[in-house]
Design a protein around this ligand. Structure first.
Ligand code: ATP
Length: 270
């Protein structure tokens, strides 16, 4: 991937098969992202305007970034990634220039997906932040609004934004032609946890005694990121026990699981 400060560009390699659970979301994203790119003639023929922006919200570590990458992979779109926190930390003028430049480059590289992580840092409600920060936030927000409106004429460009705090996003961004699709990315339920464990053990030599379903049952409130970490750690425990071992066994998974506590709480999820 080519890298300039604050932005990386590539067509991601992650595909829908790398995501455990979340089938409905995959389907909705496919319709919003793949269809307008692959069937742009059909959209023009019927004068249907495609979705310009999708807001993904939900707790950290539950695959918002991975979903955005899988959508770009499926559509074979260039993937530009921007972080709200990084934009916010730049010098006056620098962040607006980067935002504008990223959209310009995305137009040139179309079809493109611009993934905007921690969007709430930049797209926060006006009047919500402390006085010294208002100027930075509002300037960035107004640049983002202008740029998104400019996408109206551009073909094959979609902005996917991610946040843990959807209520903090300024209402102006939610109007038609901006983020017109809002999708909740939930923490994984039992079946999704089982599938996530399967994804992250599929290239691992696991013993016959490994009961992924049982582990899924015992890991309520675990995020996808935590389940991925559990699988990796189980492998490390097995190696630590015996560096010549050929398989990761159930006891290795259990040891790690018993030592882990999910970061999410029941109140956050309900
Ligand atoms: P953040 O809000 O912290 O940026 P996120 O919601 O964007 O988090 P990701 O970065 O997509 O989450 O996921 C973190 C890691 O967890 C990824 O490496 C991914 O492999 C794994 N992961 C999360 N959810 C799933 C899932 N449903 N299936 C497979 N892997 C998952």
């Amino acid at each position: 991937p080519s890298i300039t400060r604050g932005v990386t560009v590539e067509i991601p390699k992650v595909s829908w098969e790398d995501i455990g659970g979340l089938r409905d979301l995959n389907k909705k994203l496919q319709q919003a992202v793949e269809w307008p790119i692959k069937h742009s003639d059909a959209f023009s023929r019927l004068s249907v305007s495609p979705v310009r922006g999708v807001l993904l919200h939900g707790p950290p570590g539950c695959s918002k970034t991975t979903l955005a990458k899988a959508a770009a992979h499926a559509a074979q779109a260039s993937f530009f990634s921007l972080s709200g926190a990084e934009l916010y930390s730049m010098y006056v003028g620098e962040s607006e220039a980067l935002l504008r430049d990223t959209l310009r480059r995305a137009r040139l590289a179309a079809p493109s997906i611009i993934f905007f992580d921690e969007a709430d840092v930049v797209a926060a409600k006006r009047g919500g932040s402390s006085s010294s920060n208002i100027a930075v936030g509002e300037r960035l927000l107004s640049t983002l609004l202008t740029e998104m409106d400019g996408l109206e004429q551009a073909k094959g460009i979609l902005v996917l934004a991610a946040t843990n705090r959807p209520h903090a996003i300024d209402a102006a961004l939610m109007s038609p032609g901006r983020f017109d699709l809002v999708l909740y990315v939930p923490p994984p339920d039992l079946e999704s946890r089982y599938e996530i464990l399967r994804v992250h053990t599929r290239n691992m030599k696991v013993g016959d005694d490994v009961d992924l379903r049982g582990i899924a049952e015992d890991t309520e409130l675990f995020t996808g990121a935590e389940l991925e970490g559990l699988c990796r750690e189980a492998g490390i425990v097995a190696l630590r026990e015996n560096i010549t071992t050929t398989v990761v066994c159930n006891r290795h998974f259990q040891t790690v699981k018993d030592a882990l506590k999910p970061a999410l709480t029941k109140e956050e999820v309900d």
